[in-house]
Design a protein around this ligand. Structure first.
Ligand code: CO
Length: 156
């Protein structure tokens, strides 16, 4: 191999490192979901659907109310349906500063922070954390809210 070829090979490695593999990037599909929450302790959707070819999901939560997070805070938390009660109870104990979420809890597939009226937040997570046809529930972990503020997320 000549010195020139070495130089080209090194340049190719640098370019690949800077810009990534273009074909791998093109294969990804980020799907967007949006949900609103209000001062009446309600989400405006009971079901969210994620197509089976989505590789990532970005969920945007809008708090359309006016009450502060301390009184009517909302977040969007996703777990397996079987884990909702346990995660919600652990979250209640964690407190507002921890967004009413137990730290480092592997049962939490995705979660936003707690927001108050007029605020918006979002979370992006890979669908590799989901099984097609799995039983998933989204809910708000503010104390007492999950009983009403919940719905089903379907993937596949
Ligand atoms: Co709430």
């Amino acid at each position: 191999m000549s010195l020139r070829n070495h130089a080209f090979a090194a340049l190719a490695v640098v370019v690949a490192a800077l810009f990534g593999a273009p074909h791998a990037h093109a294969a990804g599909k980020v799907c967007k979901l949006e949900i609103n929450a209000n001062d009446a302790m309600q989400f405006d959707k009971k079901e969210l659907d994620v197509a089976g070819d989505c590789t990532e999901v970005t969920l945007t939560l809008n708090h359309t109310g006016k009450l502060p997070a301390s009184a009517m805070g909302h977040n969007w938390v996703l777990t397996k349906t079987a884990d909702v009660t346990a995660v919600a109870n652990a979250g209640m104990a964690a407190g507002l500063a921890a967004n009413y979420l137990p730290a480092g809890d592997a049962r939490i597939i995705a979660a936003t922070k707690i927001i108050g009226g007029g605020q918006t937040t979002s979370v992006t997570f890979p669908t590799s954390k989901l099984a097609k046809g799995g039983d998933y529930t989204f809910f708000c972990s503010f104390p007492g809210h999950y009983v009403i503020m919940k719905g089903v997320l379907k993937f596949g």
